[in-house]
Design a protein around this ligand. Sequence first.
Ligand code: GLN
Length: 189
Amino acid sequence: MVKRVGVLNLQGAVTEHLEALKRSEVQAISVKTEKDFDQLDGLIIPGGESTAIGRLIREQGLEKRLRQFYQEGKAIFGTCAGLILCSTDNSHETTDLRLGFIEMEVERNGFGRQVASFETLLDFKGIEQPVEAVFIRAPYIQSVGPDVNVLAKIDDKIVAAEQGNVLVTAHHPELTESDTVLAYFLKKC
Ligand code: GLN
């Protein structure tokens, strides 16, 4: 059966994820309402502005459904701002939404606001070829809990990790030609 994978469509790089899903021959679903979560095999929380996405999740009344989706053990992939939303805590801005889907603390804009964007090749655990990675005002993961599997690092900064069915990357795989990270996520769906 064809997998149905949603992209949380509130703010951010939504179209690029939907296109990448279509290339991977899964059913790509734009998720805006509670009902859109029904029958999804996985969900992508895109990059963008984590404060804005978090506020919209609350305003649209989607937080409960999102948490339920996680409790059901469904696959979730957070990229960049999506990674921040999946984290447990951010000591700087505790009023912002943090879903706690992965036990990790993050440093927002961790590579510096001035050095806004860069590209690099990452060694990514579980993916044979080096992964083309685009970072845009990206966070990094400062510390992880004991059940978190670290997948990629730049120096001592963790930039990709997973815990159970939740995958996060600080970079934007949907902005590259390569769909290897997406394929890695789709195995969880
Ligand atoms: N800097 C953004 C934030 O803190 C994330 C940037 C991105 O998603 N590309 O939310």
